[in-house]
Design a protein around this ligand. Sequence first.
Ligand SMILES: [Fe+2]
Ligand SMILES: [Fe+2]
Length: 261
Amino acid sequence: MKILFIGDIFGEIGRKVLKESMPELKSNYNPDFCIANGENAAGGRGISYNTALEILDTGIDAITMGNHTWARKEILQIIDSGIRIVRPANYPKGVPGKGRLIVEKNGMRLAVVNLLGRIYMDQPVDCPFQTIDRELSYLKGQADYILIDFHAEATSEKIAMGYYVDGRVSCMFGTHTHVQTADEKILENGTAYISDVGMTGPAEGIIGVDKDLIIKKFTLGLPVQHEPAKGKAQVNAVIVTINEENNKLSEIKRINYIKKI
Ligand SMILES: [Fe+2]
Ligand SMILES: [Fe+2]
């Protein structure tokens, strides 16, 4: 059994490179489930109905979010419509949408849980560790495999979460920094882990944004309107293989494509 997870899809370039790469990713890796983070799908911030459909149409089974979940008001109209978007599970009670989604395919059930970190994130969220305990007790008997997208800034918080859920979930993937880390591994009790999957979008910007604008922001301290960078595009993803006989993971591999769009 194989799960493909795509790092934060950023703007139009991210959606285009995803569309172009999915047939290749599918034929190279033959994934059973394809999950993607879409918190930057619309213009680099948030997601819209059309951008969500565009991503799902490429063969993505569920879209996870992050700190930009509510960047576009439009999401409030669509998030409870049954669309396969998962928002962080540790938002306060009463927030629309769902923090978990169970995808059923080929006779298998994959639960996808999204969480937000609290270190350097400036978001009013509940403890992600207590939240995942609650989510896992809810999911008992309801899923064959569980994947967590932990959208967080600090690697320490993500590594802590990896060890915290090791053996209780199949995959614990970090997102948000837009830079892929080279620490992918199978933890001691069988959970596939990476601190950050990276970003699918502009390859020549500063974490997706036009580099001149961000350099101006750092050097002059003036506010700038973020625009997605132009030029080459990248796909950052991971593919995990699970041995169905004993439910143990056998492999996690990083995927890193650079393409001219
Ligand atoms: Fe992001
Ligand atoms: Fe983020």
